[in-house]
Write a protein that binds this ligand. Structure first.
Ligand SMILES: *Cc1c(COP(=O)(O)O)cnc(C)c1O
Length: 451
């Protein structure tokens, strides 16, 4: 079989009979052995994939998706109305909370949730350093102080033991991030929060339908926040949601997302008086229509990602120098917004992570090194230099050198230097694609001294 046809073969694996035979293992051995001595693409071999091999994200199935969006646009009802209501009802049902409020994006979902638990200037919020910058910006937007607790190096999630030692009299909340779409150690985190009377807000912006002990994340703490940004597993472009079973809290969030009016109005007319200081961050009807089109695929895509991630990990863990990310025992479903493993250059004859990533990308794999170290970034110092911070925190607390020392997280720094990520659409490939990834990495390992 020539290179081109072999590549086609892999790409169509999930569709054709050949793929099914491979998946069942019937012809697997000859298929796999045909790759073993491949030349890595970075050394001139033919790449196994191209960008077009992977599911294009976001997905758009014209025949199934377009009607609801076109209808919504033609109706002229573009400000929040029944489609937003319908999406909120569906998302609350999907997560298992009584209520859901959509907002303009995940960042504003976090900002609003933190704010409506009355967390603000002078308060401390404990979170993980291994997260997207929005988690931290949301704390700063409320003039609260981000306090970082180091991660568990096996799961990449906030380490409950380290979290507890960071609690002070000023601590109000734990912002738990289910990073990469994988649940944090919620039993222990909730127990610590109960013991110290702290609010738990779940940043589930990467964790749509992830489950811990058969409960969907976002429904375990006091509130959960989601993002529907373009890259996320449920993409709208921009969009976010706050979920909770606390009616009073969601009613307050509703007011906060709509200029302080207690009840939203459908098409922009304003009724009654505003009772609180608030912003205006409502979702549009056509955005909700896109969400309703996308949500139909989410359950099955999530199951596929979870299965493929398990299969990929079972192969990768056999490769010296590769350590796949671990799940806590109680995790019943991972959302895998990203797939990650840790890379040890020493086991690859000293091949640096950046060279290794380049070798993966040359094979057509969308690979990156992931997050940079968080607690040393200047945006926090910028907040600390503001008048409001200076009036609520003492000089030593705001001294950035001191801050960096207090928040030093060595496990996070190591992870930032040795993680490898694939974007979630890789996990929507076939089982043969997963086998191809393991093979490609083995070949890079075998040829590491030449790269
Ligand atoms: C995407 C993301 C956010 C912010 O969501 P946006 O919709 O992009 O504003 C917050 N936290 C995490 C962990 C995210 O990945």
């Amino acid at each position: 079989m020539g290179h081109t046809s072999r590549r086609e073969f892999i790409r169509q694996g999930s569709l054709g009979t050949a793929g099914m035979l491979l998946a069942s293992g019937l012809v697997n051995s000859s298929f796999a052995s045909s790759f073993i001595s491949r030349t890595p693409a970075i050394l001139g071999g033919t790449p196994l994939w191209t960008a077009a091999s992977w599911v294009k994200w976001p997905m758009w199935v014209q025949s199934e998706d377009e009607k609801i969006v076109i209808d919504s646009i033609r109706s002229g009802v573009w400000s929040r109305a029944k489609l937003v209501d319908e999406f909120e009802a569906k998302w609350a049902a999907a997560i298992g909370t009584k209520r859901c409020l959509t907002v303009s994006n995940g960042t504003n979902a976090l900002i609003t949730a933190i704010n409506q638990f009355d967390i603000g200037a002078g308060d401390e919020v404990i979170t993980t350093p291994y997260t997207f910058i929005a988690s931290v910006q949301a704390i700063l937007a409320n003039n609260a102080m981000p306090v970082f607790a180091d991660i568990d190096p096996a799961t990449y999630q906030i380490d409950p033991a380290k979290l507890e030692s960071k609690i002070t009299k000023r601590t109000k909340a734990i912002l738990v991030v289910h990073i990469l779409g994988l649940p944090a150690d919620m039993d222990r985190i909730v127990a610590i929060a109960k013991k110290h009377n702290l609010i738990v807000i779940e940043d589930a912006c990467q964790a749509h339908l992830a489950e811990y002990d058969n409960k969907r994340v976002g429904s375990i703490g006091n509130a959960g926040c989601f993002s529907f940004q373009n890259s996320k597993n449920l993409p709208i472009g921009e969009g976010g949601a706050i979920v909770s079973s606390n009616d009073k809290f969601i009613d307050n969030c509703f007011a906060a997302h709509n200029l302080g009016y207690a009840y939203g109005t459908s098409t922009g007319a304003v009724a009654g008086d505003s009772f609180m200081k608030a912003s205006k961050i409502r979702l549009t009807e056509y955005a909700a229509a896109i969400g309703l089109a996308q949500i139909k695929r989410l359950e099955s895509q999530t199951a596929t990602r979870h299965e493929n991630a398990k299969y990929l990990a079972s192969m990768l863990k056999e490769i010296d120098g590769i350590t796949p990310i671990k799940l806590y025992d109680k995790v019943t479903q991972g959302a895998y917004h990203l797939y990650s493993f840790r890379y040890d250059p020493a086991k690859f004859k000293g091949l640096s992570r950046s060279k290794f990533l380049e070798a993966l990308r040359k094979e057509g794999l969308p690979a990156s090194g992931g997050y940079k170290v968080m607690h040393t970034q200047e945006f926090m110092n910028n907040a600390f230099s503001s008048r409001v911070y200076k009036s609520f925190y003492d000089r030593k607390t705001l001294d950035f050198e001191n801050y960096k020392q207090r928040n030093n997280c060595p496990e996070n720094e190591k992870l930032c230097s040795d993680a490898v990520w694939f974007t979630q659409n890789v996990l929507l490939g076939s089982r043969q694609d997963m086998e191809g990834i393991a093979t490609v990495i083995k070949n890079i390992s075998r040829n590491a001294d030449k790269i």
